[in-house]
Write a protein that binds this ligand. Structure first.
Ligand code: VG1
Ligand code: CO
Length: 545
């Protein structure tokens, strides 16, 4: 093995967003582009020198090539050992767990999460730190700074290795171990949940399920956990073979993109009673029953209210956190339980300190993400198991559990409207003007709704006191309804404006309204206040969740 120092030129566009660096595959394929970003990570993550690195991803197009590059660069940058998932596969939650279990110094996850893959799709690189969570902004900012002036990177001339079976290979002083992608993670799940109880749901025939792995990373995990360890029904896992282009689909577990699953759940008398899906890298989840959708914000509230029923959480949650745009359903539960509820900016990295400091047990986001202190990432399969365990304990359907929750705590009607691929300047001007006007909005009336409060959300981390500003415009009305506006930080084409709308209704007689109808006056107000049509030229959102 010899180490080569390769001359390169800096790139100016390697600024990580909400969750790592995401670009189109051809951007990463440019000469030295991927190498530059990886070198920048090695330069900032000093502890990897002589340390342990976890490496894997969702198996999307360009993953295997990138893994080979990273292994050679890791050897050239003094890494002591790398654990790589078999076939390059490791879900985001599995990486988080492996970092913690083996006390690694960091992990690299190759994924653009729910974004489509393939030769013209998206690729992404995320770095997780030694607590298992996404690198904080201070780290990603430092990586970006290095990348802007990088002139050389280090790489060895080692051969590519085969990743299709567990094995150990030596790269000079560095050891590479190809590991089973699933077993450590599956063991952790078995510690947290009552597998015997869940298994008896299936073996007694009381429940059948369908999990849609969307041809993404969770297929092998779902087969091992649901089919093998829990003896779930035949057909319990669909689209379970990971593919580099996700079978041409969009691996985003929502009603718009997991249509096959929704059709199966709504197919009549023999339909499964429980349905779920996860995204590209296995950190998101969608939970559905027959003709019934569980809003992710409600899911977090329901988990919090019932945590004590689950073996891994039998003391209940010590505190909870949700991202700003997530509905305030969980706030009501926290109030009743007398525990703290934190509101954080969008992105899992903001939960890390709260979890490490033992201020919270559970946390979640409206974007189909929920998780707990078992790792430092959101976790799709974990959420599915949480629900299965709850069904096994309560002996109720998904719909019954949710309706009972609404009766007790009230219902937060909630929707997110996404305007995708809009002109970046127009989107930025829209948000800037909203920010400017936010001070004038309070006191104004729109039909029956009066604005009581409006600001641009700023977060002070209670643990390290770091301040994160301009995280979203929130407009709160006198009946506690709320609208939040922010721009996405994960897109790769133009800008995406996200508009989050919620309305709280306690009266159980009004818990059966159609969500879009229940929210329609607020949807109109949102369009007016932000002048979406005139500024973005759009009549309607591209995606409604
Ligand atoms: C989106 C979601 C956010 C989530 C992030 C990463 O970010 O809104 O809640 O944490 O994706 O999820 P944005 O900036 O596009 O709104 V994943 O599953 O991509 O790791
Ligand atoms: Co994801």
């Amino acid at each position: 093995m010899t180490i080569q120092t390769v001359q390169t030129r800096p790139f100016t566009d390697q600024k990580p967003g909400t969750s790592g660096l995401r670009k189109k595959v051809p951007v990463f394929q440019q000469a030295n582009y991927t190498e530059n970003f990886i070198q920048s990570i090695f330069q900032v993550a000093g502890s990897l020198n002589n340390g342990l690195l976890i490496l894997g991803g969702d198996g999307r197009y360009f993953s295997i090539e990138t893994i080979q590059i990273i292994l050679k660069m890791a050897a050239a940058n003094g890494v002591n050992k790398v654990l790589v998932g078999q076939n390059g596969l490791l879900s985001t939650p599995a990486v988080s767990h492996l970092i913690r279990k083996y006390k690694a110094d960091g992990g690299i996850i190759l994924s653009a999460s729910h974004n489509p893959g393939g030769p013209n799709g998206d690729f992404g690189i995320k770095f997780n730190i030694s607590n298992g969570g996404p690198a904080p902004t201070s780290f990603t900012d430092a990586v970006f700074e290095v990348s802007k002036s990088l002139t050389e990177y280090r790489i060895t001339d080692d051969q590519n290795i085969t990743l299709d079976k567990p094995c150990t290979v030596q790269f000079g002083d560095m050891t590479v171990e190809v590991i089973d992608s699933v077993c450590d993670y599956a063991d952790l799940m078995q510690e947290l949940f009552d597998f015997d109880k869940i298994k008896s749901l299936f073996t007694s025939g009381r429940l059948t399920m369908c999990f849609d792995a969307m041809h993404a990373v969770t297929g092998p995990y779902a087969k091992e956990i649901f089919s093998r360890r829990l003896s779930a029904n035949v057909g319990s896992v669909i689209n379970g073979e990971p593919k580099t282009d996700f079978g041409g689909g969009h691996p985003d577990p929502n009603l718009a993109h997991a249509k096959e699953l929704v059709t199966i759940l709504n197919s009549g008398a023999n339909a499964p009673g429980f349905g779920a899906a996860s995204d590209g890298d296995g950190d998101r989840n969608m939970i559905i029953g027959q003709h019934f959708f569980v809003n992710p914000s409600d899911s977090l509230a329901i988990m919090t209210a019932n945590a004590h029923l689950i073996p891994g959480y039998k003391l209940g949650a010590c505190g909870v956190a949700r991202s700003l745009p997530t509905s305030r359903a969980v706030d009501k539960v926290a109030e009743t339980l007398g525990i703290e509820c934190y509101e954080t900016p969008t992105g899992w990295k903001y939960f890390g300190n709260l979890l490490d400091d033992k201020r919270i047990t559970l946390c979640g986001e409206e974007s189909f993400g929920s998780g707990s202190d078992h790792i430092r990432e959101k976790d799709g399969i974990w959420a599915v198991l949480f629900w299965l365990n709850l069904i096994a304990v309560k002996q109720q359907s998904v719909e019954q559990i949710t309706r009972e929750h609404w009766r007790q705590f009230g219902r937060h009607y909630y929707t997110r409207h996404d305007y995708e691929g809009i002109d970046t300047d127009a989107a930025e001007a829209l948000v800037a003007d909203l920010r400017k006007n936010s001070t004038n909005l309070a006191g104004q009336s729109f039909g029956e709704y009066k604005v009581t409060f409006c600001d641009d959300f700023s977060y002070t981390d209670p643990v390290d006191h770091s301040v994160t500003e301009q995280q979203g415009i929130r407009v709160i009305f006198d009946d506690d309804s709320r609208i939040v506006f922010r721009l996405s930080g994960t897109g790769t084409e133009g800008a995406t404006l996200r508009v989050y709308i919620e309305r709280y209704i306690t009266n159980p007689e009004q818990h059966d309204l159609d969500t879009q109808q229940a929210l329609s006056p607020l949807i109109e107000i949102a369009r007016d206040v932000a002048q979406i049509k005139t500024r973005c030229g759009r009549d309607d959102p591209d995606v409604i969740t």
